[in-house]
Each structure stands twice: as C-alpha cells, then as structure tokens.
Design a protein around this ligand. Structure first.
Ligand SMILES: [Fe+2]
Ligand SMILES: [Fe+2]
Length: 204
C-alpha cells in the first residue's frame, strides 16, 4: 500500500477503504482529498444525515466502479464524481458553519432569491468554476462538462460525455439511498410545482 494520510483514510467510508480497488481510486483523487478547501466539505451537509464530503466520495467511488463496465475514462469518473458538488456556499446551515470564519460559507443562503437562482439550479455551474479555481492543474473539458451538467434534468442541458451520464445517474441513485426515509421527499419538493408556476405565470 502506498503512503496514505491516516486522517484522510479514517474520514472515508470503510466500505470504500476496504474495497479491492480502493488503491486505484485513491491514487487518482488523493490530491483533491488532501486539499484544505475540499476538506471543509466535511462541514457542509448534503442533507440532514450526510455530509457533502461523504456524499462526494461515494459518488466518485461508485462512478469509478461503474465506469469500468462502460469503458469510460476512470480518471474523469473519479474526479468529476468527487468535485460534482464542490459549490461555494452551503445550502443547509449548521452551528459549526455559522461559527466558522464569520459564517462565510452560509452568508448567501440568507438572501432570498428567485427560484431559478437557488441552490438546486445553480450549484452545478458553481462547482465547475470552483473545480478550475482550486485545481487548475487538473482542468479537463470532460470533467468540467460532467460537473456542470450533473443536475440534468433539473438543469435542462444533459451531460455531453458518457462519464457525465454515469455521474448524473450515480448522484441521483446515491441521493435517494442516502435519504433517511422516502417520506422526506414530499416535504422537500411539495412546494416546487407552485413555485415553478408562480415563477412562469406571476406576471400574467
Ligand atoms: Fe449536486
Ligand atoms: Fe450530489
């Protein structure tokens, strides 16, 4: 086994660490996992029971595994999967984030925005910009496109490459699995049809 930072390994789901292909995956993503800004995603909640750090690692590793069956570029699968939710501002506030550096990661969530400027519609593009900002040496058009388009069909333009299709599918699959209960879904989306209607027709 190569050198691994113990802190990093202990922060990764054991299902991933114990997998026979862990080393192959880790070699690709180590640089991102060791990055300070990326490590702050341990404080961001993806939903109320899982962090963005944990979710991103699972999407990355599962996309890496699935990519092997579709002859995909595994580097793109692993990196785009890991960085697909590398957005700047948290969408769930926590006491830890409120206190961290004067709440810099939760400042914008307090500003009321129109529907299509909200997290679900904007975070994919934000993550694709952050990816290049923090990891310019890893810049790759397939990774950029896969990150930017992972919210298809909520964002209407689909991914251009098969690696992006894999990440988009795995992200949704994992997100459903990570929900504590299927009854959470109606709570999260119950107002969406009304909001969308108001957005399109409020001027009539
Ligand atoms: Fe996302
Ligand atoms: Fe995601």
């Amino acid at each position: 086994m190569n050198y691994y930072s113990e802190d990093i390994i202990s922060a990764i789901d054991p299902c991933v660490v114990l997998h026979p292909l862990f080393e192959d995956w880790y070699e690709i993503v180590e640089k991102v996992l060791l990055n300070d800004e990326f490590q702050r995603r341990k404080m961001f909640m993806h939903h109320h029971e899982m962090t963005v750090w944990d979710h991103s690692i699972l999407v990355s590793f599962n996309s890496f595994l699935v990519g092997r069956y579709f002859n995909a570029d595994l580097k793109v699968c692993a990196l785009a999967g890991l960085l697909h939710d590398f957005y700047s501002q948290a969408w769930i506030s926590t006491p830890e984030l409120e206190e961290f550096e004067n709440g810099r990661y939760v400042q914008l969530m307090k500003i009321k925005k129109p529907l299509f400027k909200r997290h679900g519609f904007t975070h994919a593009k934000d993550a694709s910009i952050n990816y290049v900002k923090y990891f310019p040496e890893l810049e790759n058009k397939k990774i950029t496109n896969s990150i930017k388009r992972h919210m298809f069909p909520l964002n209407i333009i689909p991914p251009r490459y098969k690696e992006g299709v894999i990440i988009t599918a795995i992200d949704k699959w994992n997100s459903v699995h990570e929900l504590p209960s299927i009854t959470v879904v109606p709570k999260m989306v119950q107002n969406l049809p009304n909001k969308a209607f108001n957005y399109f027709f409020r001027k009539i």
